[in-house]
Design a protein around this ligand. Structure first.
Ligand code: CU
Length: 348
């Protein structure tokens, strides 16, 4: 019952200012603008990278007794995601929960690390044929670091073709980035791992895989997603892609195409690409919602258990969502419009 575990309710809510000051309307002019990584100037990219390093150098707020693996402020986010993994994936909470998770992260970057920009996104088709050659993953100092060192025997998802890395990231700003929890590659997707918060420092590993991205993060997939006639179809494409095969949708594929840590359902938040990926998923939802606001601002489908487990209730606008100590309880209805309530952003 982790999602409703009120014992973890926020202690630091007051720290989280929101962008919409009381009484001030969010408009297109006042909304925060989130941009694609490749369209940021080199200086803007370096500012984002600096802010990530800052979160990795800032002490956590979670206590060590309960969360021994949480060593940094970034790890607070990793642990929160691990804690709720069984309630926020392949179901009705995926989109609204991650929408607020991104907001909290973006706020922490700005308020705790002096970041002046907004959360960038990774437009999947822009590099689906050449991940390692893209501004996202080319390993340059303005990238999110590149591929891992080639390692034939690296632990990986055996249902996928082998990628081009598998070992520790050896280029770019995150080659010394330490992942403190996980990995949980073998953990079944329906059972909470033993020692989920154990301290296990290891390198950031990647296994870039264009054989995965080229077919399931293609422009065709994005187009089909945006053309989905209803939320059920939209979610089915996110999870299963055009072929209707589990984990072959653009959400899972983008995780798998970066591979290793990013491919870890539980601990992927430790890869610096995580929030760019999820922000693009959020962008897809936002663009889709905009096309028919009357219907799509209230369109929900699925339960709050992983894979829409019938053991959990169907989500409604009144379903509460918890974020551990990172935020207060939010309701799905608070997350249906990026320009309403605590949200005030748009995509460019
Ligand atoms: Cu997630």
């Amino acid at each position: 019952m982790r999602l409703l575990d009120i014992a973890l309710l926020p202690l630091i809510t007051a720290l989280w200012a929101t962008c919409s000051v009381a009484g001030q309307q969010c408009t297109r002019e006042t909304a925060n603008v989130r941009k694609e990584w490749a369209t940021l100037t080199p200086t803007e990219r370096l500012d984002y990278i600096d802010a990530l390093h800052c979160l990795a150098d800032t002490p956590p707020t979670y206590d060590q007794a309960t969360y021994p693996g949480v060593r940094t402020r970034w790890d607070d986010f990793v642990a929160t995601h691990i804690n709720y993994t069984l309630n926020i994936h392949f179901n009705g909470l995926l989109l609204p929960w991650h929408r607020n998770f991104i907001r909290i992260w973006e706020t922490a970057l700005r308020e705790e690390c002096g970041y002046k920009g907004y959360q960038p996104y990774w437009d999947w088709p822009s590099n689906s044929l050449d991940l390692a050659g893209s501004p996202h993953f080319d390993g340059s100092e303005t990238s999110l670091s590149g591929d891992g060192e080639y390692d034939e025997s690296a632990e990986r998802d055996l249902s996928l073709p082998k990628g081009t890395g598998g070992g520790c990231v050896i280029s770019g700003p995150f080659q010394n980035h330490t992942v403190n929890m996980g990995p949980f590659y073998d953990a079944p997707g329906n059972k909470f791992p033993d020692d989920a918060f154990a301290y296990n420092p290891h390198c950031l590993r990647r296994d870039l895989n264009t054989r995965v991205s080229s077919y399931c993060n293609s422009p065709d997939v994005t187009a089909a997603l945006l053309a989905a006639p209803n939320i059920t179809t939209f979610q089915t494409i996110i999870d299963k892609g055009l072929l209707g095969v589990h984990l072959n949708g653009p959400h899972g594929c983008a995780h798998a195409s970066v591979g290793s840590v990013m491919g870890d359902l539980w601990a992927a938040v430790a890869d610096p690409a995580f929030f760019l990926h999820h922000t693009n998923l959020d962008r897809m939802w936002a663009l889709w919602q905009e096309m028919d606001e009357g219907t799509r601002r209230v369109a929900l489908n699925g339960s709050s258990g992983i894979y829409n487990s019938p053991d959990w209730p169907e989500v409604t606008l009144d379903t509460p969502m918890v974020f551990g100590e990172l935020d207060e309880v939010r309701y799905i209805r608070d997350m249906m419009d990026p320009m309403d309530g605590v949200l005030c952003y748009r995509y460019e």
